[in-house]
Write a new protein. Sequence first.
Length: 62
Amino acid sequence: MPDQKEILELILTAEVLALGAAIKAAKAAKGTQTTSDCVSDAVREIKSKREKVIQMLTQPTI
């Protein structure tokens, strides 16, 4: 049975792949063709927005 770290890594990988696919679809909708899977774009976006997302998640809801 996989340990907790491995499970979290699998979940993270799936989320990054899903975001990469969404980014690729958004680019295609704008007419930009790419052979990339856009995973590097997804990782860059996650890293750039991580702090703000965590901050928003830890704020009390109104």
